[in-house]
Design a protein around this ligand. Structure first.
Ligand code: AHR
Length: 519
């Protein structure tokens, strides 16, 4: 009897401490709105669409004869969803695919285009039905700018030069006439041009010196003839922590002559935690959750490392660091085709997206463009499709909630939120950024990394009467949207009124809030 009473008392004590651990404590955050920083370029919210798996075919392109509603072959539901994100730019056609892509296969009457192979991604047939004109139509439909990558791995400088002439000249050259015959008399505007892709890896395993020699040639001859539409050139830069390309490309740039130039170098870093990708997209536990968030936060250190090398050669920050491949790369969905890189997308991935965007924003002076990998049906996608069905992933919702940060001015914040600790992994409990938009409206995004503890964040109202926005939370860290239940993870409205000059933003465990300060 006595033993039973003691046990009951212990149970009651345990229950109390669990309850108090889950009560929201209050943390204070200050926005330093009198110390504006750099502009958070909208190009940081760029996306990547490669000829890979069901990314282009089915995900974007269904063809004009499809029963899936489409405009000139491009599916309407995907376009409508992407328009909401105000996607600033789309990188195409790869990826590894770009360094084996021959653009001439993708122009002219569709029925005459050759079938080729896609050896990188499942060895499937590439029908070339989605080519230059279809891509340019797609970016126009979603209101984005074009970021093309030319083939440096297996192509020639002449092939790249021809593509640029075909795309951009308004002179009546043979290539311009061919473009007109293919339906586009006016020159296209190409905003960004990638000079190769991962030439340290799938793009030819080149030494930095070899790549730099090619870079100068491709940078020279890949000319933009459309004076009304400037084009920035982006060289291949580092793979994760390897600094050899950063050093070589920046050193070459510093010593450049009149004949060539670049505007950016790329960085590729995936949240993967080792190859082959082992982290599960669903059904994972807190240990894996904490480990993967720790992995994603490496992005900050990588930007610092490569940024320091860039500063050495380019203290004025003329060259942008372009993180044109980032995101979670997880174990593929069971039963999906090998090489198609299909994975579900959970609330954890939404947090991964928010943390990376926050890191980019904090480095906005140097990081002026980024592209999540990838857009539809591949890796950390915005959208998943199954034939005519479509769903928006938790990552999509983050990109939609962050739209007000596009081109806004970064505002520093002070936040001491403590830590979230799991075993030997210690992470910041909260992460946040603030910015002021063109109308002087202040925006705040807060992410609660802690999967167990809710939190109340107390913020000086700075003259605002209320905050209004959305919170993205989910029942579990591995909650996902499915075709059967597409709204499990969906933003909910959030409103709070200022009292005594303070506003309280309440965040459930593992959630993201984006709010505007309203006068
Ligand atoms: O995004 C998938 C692949 O990852 C890209 O094709 C390549 O550039 C990178 O290794």
């Amino acid at each position: 009897m006595k033993v039973a009473r003691i046990c009951f008392a212990l149970l009651a004590l345990a229950a109390t401490s669990v309850a108090s651990a889950r009560e929201a404590d209050t943390v204070s955050l200050q926005i330093q709105n009198d110390e504006p920083g750099a502009q958070i370029s909208r190009q940081l919210f760029g996306q990547f669409a490669e000829h890979l798996g069901r990314g282009i075919y089915e995900g974007i392109w269904v063809g004009p004869d499809s029963s899936i509603p489409n405009t000139r072959g491009i599916r309407n539901d995907v376009v409508a969803a992407l328009k909401e994100l105000r996607v600033p730019n789309v990188r195409w056609p790869g990826g590894c695919f770009a360094d084996e892509y021959h653009w001439r296969n993708g122009i002219g009457p569709i029925e005459q285009r050759p079938a080729t192979l896609n050896p990188n991604w499942g060895g499937v047939i590439e029908p070339n039905t989605f080519g230059t004109h279809e891509f340019m139509d797609f970016v126009r439909q979603i209101g984005a700018e074009a970021y093309l990558s030319v083939n440096v791995g297996s192509g020639t400088p002449q092939e790249a030069a021809d593509w640029l002439e075909y795309l951009t000249t308004d002179q009546p050259t043979a290539l311009a006439k061919q473009r007109a015959a293919n339906g586009h008399p006016e020159p296209f505007g190409i905003s960004f041009l990638g000079l190769g892709n991962e030439n340290w890896g799938c793009g030819g395993s080149m030494t930095p010196e070899h790549y730099v020699n090619l870079l100068k040639i491709f940078a020279r001859y890949s000319r933009n003839y459309n004076a009304k539409h400037p084009m920035l050139k982006i060289a291949v830069g580092p793979d994760t922590a390897d600094t050899s390309y950063t050093e070589a490309v920046m050193q070459a740039w510093k010593g450049r002559n009149w004949s060539w130039d670049i505007d950016g170098i790329s960085l590729h870093f995936y949240t993967v935690g080792g190859w082959p990708p082992k982290y599960l997209a669903t059904g994972f536990g807190e240990k894996e959750y904490a480990a993967l968030l720790a992995e994603t936060l490496r992005m900050d250190g990588l930007i610092r490392t490569h940024g320091a090398i860039m500063d050495k050669y380019d203290p004025e920050k003329k060259i942008a660091l372009v993180v044109d491949e980032w995101g979670a790369w997880l174990a593929p969905t069971e039963g999906s085709k090998e090489g198609f890189l299909e994975q579900q997308n959970s609330q954890r991935d939404a947090i991964i997206a928010a943390l990376n965007i926050n890191i980019f924003a904090r480095h906005a002076e140097r990081v002026r463009m980024a592209n999540i990998a990838q857009m539809v049906n591949v890796l950390q996608a915005m959208i998943l499709t199954d034939q005519e069905k479509i769903l928006l992933t938790p990552t999509y919702h983050v990109f939609r909630m962050y739209v007000p940060f596009q081109d806004a001015t970064f505002l520093p914040i002070k936040l001491e939120a403590g830590e979230y600790v799991y075993g030997e992994t210690s992470l910041p409990r909260l992460d946040a950024i603030a910015a002021k938009d063109k109308n002087d409206k202040m925006w705040l995004s807060i992410t609660n990394l802690d999967p167990n503890r809710p939190v109340q964040v107390e913020v000086p109202a700075l003259g605002a009467k209320r905050v209004r926005g959305e919170v993205l939370s989910a029942p579990r860290i591995d909650s996902v949207n499915t075709f059967a239940s597409p709204k499990v993870v969906t933003p909910q409205p959030f409103n709070a009124t200022a009292a005594k000059g303070k506003i309280i933003v309440k965040l459930p465990p593992h959630s993201i809030a984006v709010v505007a300060f309203e006068k």
